[in-house]
Design a protein around this ligand. Sequence first.
Ligand SMILES: Cc1ncc(COP(=O)(O)O)c(C=O)c1O
Length: 492
Amino acid sequence: MKPPPERTTPKKSPRSSRQQRVSSRYMRDRWEDFLSQDRRGMLMIEGVPVDHIINKYGTPIYVYVESEIRERAQRFKKTFGPEIGFQFAVKCNSNLEILRILREEGFELDCSSVGELILGLLADYKPKQLSLTNLYKNEQDLHFAVKIGVQSITADSLEDLEQIAQTAKKLKKHIDVAIRVNPMIEIGQYSTRGNKYGIPIGYIDRAIDLALKSPFVDLHGFHFFGGYVHETRVYKAVARVMVKLIKRCLDRGIRIKTLSLGGGFPAAVGDETAFPIEAMRDFTPWFHRLLERNGIVHPLRLIFEPGKSIVLNAGIGLTKVVSRKRLGLKKRMVVVDSSAYNFVPDALVQEGLHYDVLPASKMNAPRIHSLTIGGNTCDCWEIISRDLHMPKLRAGDLLAIMDVGAYAQVMASNFNTIKRAAIVLIHPDGTTKLIRRRDRYSEMFAPELDVLKLAGPNELERYNNLYRVNVDKYWRGKHGKKKNGKNGNGIR
Ligand SMILES: Cc1ncc(COP(=O)(O)O)c(C=O)c1O
């Protein structure tokens, strides 16, 4: 079967005569609206040459394209209709500015921890616009969520539900609870059997009974999340099971008010394909008919929790080649100033993942060989991408790792005690804004220095002082001023 096209909206035309179309050997449909190149063969994002971006902010750096994030959010709303609730999955990209943009687009938030609830509040969401869903929450997490009065807390197991009930009772505060259900469906290659999420449908009555018995728990809804969903028919199959369950509740006099079908909408990396969200255009009317057929006429809010499908393709990682090596007669590698661990962790986690890596400063150069991109940590398995057809590259050349707007920065670590990259947002008019700075050494060392201080303040005065003077400033002081007065790649 021919895969559906990735986009259904008309392409924007280049903004100025300086912009040229990116050669079709590199271009993919999903980047048409924001990628171009200049006459030098320099990749441009929203009409801005990438060398301008890195001269200002340094490498490695993530660039998020605001217009693409907004457009994807709007496509969801247009496809499903205004009455559907959208809760952006904070776990995939928790940047405050991105959360703010999605608030402006009318999204609420799906939070998986108290930390994410706090981020939601910092991004100016009201507590009633935040839901808390995860497999486990400790008492402190629940206390916080109940106290601020979130929209709902999702119970993932009987034990989880019991703990929610106890916390609500202790605080004497009613809380809307959704029960997470594993519908145990199998469709082609897709199956939720054995999934770690939710209570299997066969055991769900016990959870319902427990919720009804708990005086401070208001059983409000059901929730589903099924990982990566490649086919639209999965959502319909899940909805059928869930609506049957809602009907069974109604027969017992329980009115379920929300149904969340989670996220999991696909977003392509490399030459993967993903159905466009418009392929689900018939879902809302179909769902209403399903409710009617089951005699459910009371108001029921349908919720989706998209994550990567909103932001993945709107993120680009810019990194610099620092050296090149021959690994054998025909095997070549370039090393870059970023790594899978610190910059694109999915390269480690997802077997078979192949990022598109564009030669951002040499878009016009002939491609002459096959190349591996090695990251800059000392782990020998740590490769960013393999077998890329590339021009001749040397130190200083720029590369753009495409489709890194989700599950990249949030999952990146400080492995090798390397700072995680900064993030720049690029506005539709080509202006840029730093929305996260690079890590600081002082922050990276603080959790240990704090403990050491407690362990022996007198002996460790040396470290204490080091901590107090701010390690970053200390280094800068010893090694001269910032390069050109900018946040370059010097030691910071
Ligand atoms: C409860 C819940 N909702 C939504 C999402 C978002 O999934 P995706 O980024 O695949 O859309 C996740 C991801 O783990 C999740 O756990």
